[in-house]
Design a protein around this ligand. Sequence first.
Ligand SMILES: O=P(O)(O)OC[C@H]1O[C@H](O)[C@H](O)[C@@H](O)[C@@H]1O
Length: 246
Amino acid sequence: MMVGSGDNVTPVANAGGTAGQERLFVSSLSARDGARAIRGGVPVIFPQFAERGDGMRHGFARVSTWRVADSSEQDGAACATLVLSREDLAPQLASAWPHPFELKLHVTIRARALTLALEVRNTGTAAFPFAAALHTYYLVEDVEAVRIDGVQAETVAITDKLDQIFERVGDTIGFDTGADKLTLRQSGFTDAVVWNPGAVDSAALADMEDEEYRRFVCIEPALLAPQTLEPGGSWRGEHHVQVSAA
Ligand SMILES: O=P(O)(O)OC[C@H]1O[C@H](O)[C@H](O)[C@@H](O)[C@@H]1O
């Protein structure tokens, strides 16, 4: 599952007064039929990150069909809550991860801001460990113009493939897209992952055009060290994207 997929993409922000400007990248070759994870938007990573675990790569949440539990308009914001629980999983996914759980993704979209809040609840009778991330694909004009501040002491620039984990980051990341500036805030998520495949890896990805790597960067709020959730326990991570300047 991802936010901002395909034809019904919702603009995150009107940067610099440009109405309806798309902010999230979705690859032109991405599967949209649920057969594979969507290459773009905001895939929800749960219950494991990448191959840090013995389950499927990046977990099952991004290849499962979530339910829309609620949608509304409040104070000028469009809101929706999406839910995924064990009962929603395809049988082979459910049998591979035998823990009753509930995920809720609260999405709030304003003219110049997007907030995603992910809640994880243990609805079973035994503790389980999990990791999580919101694998946000930001659309940019030219990845080489991107500058990222706040994940390490120095500004991060992307000149080739970059796949880097930044542990224990602060709660605010400055993201200069090259065209304008976004402020990213996160809570609950302790880490951040920055990823761009570069030319060589991009060419090897079946669900991306060879040159599309130039058009995005992933900056992913993440909880990488597996967290143990006791029965009845819950965890919440928030991700807030704000257009701060044109
Ligand atoms: O190709 P995917 O399974 O969607 O993973 C895409 C990328 O996700 C994260 O950013 C990881 O840090 C990368 O190592 C990985 O290549």
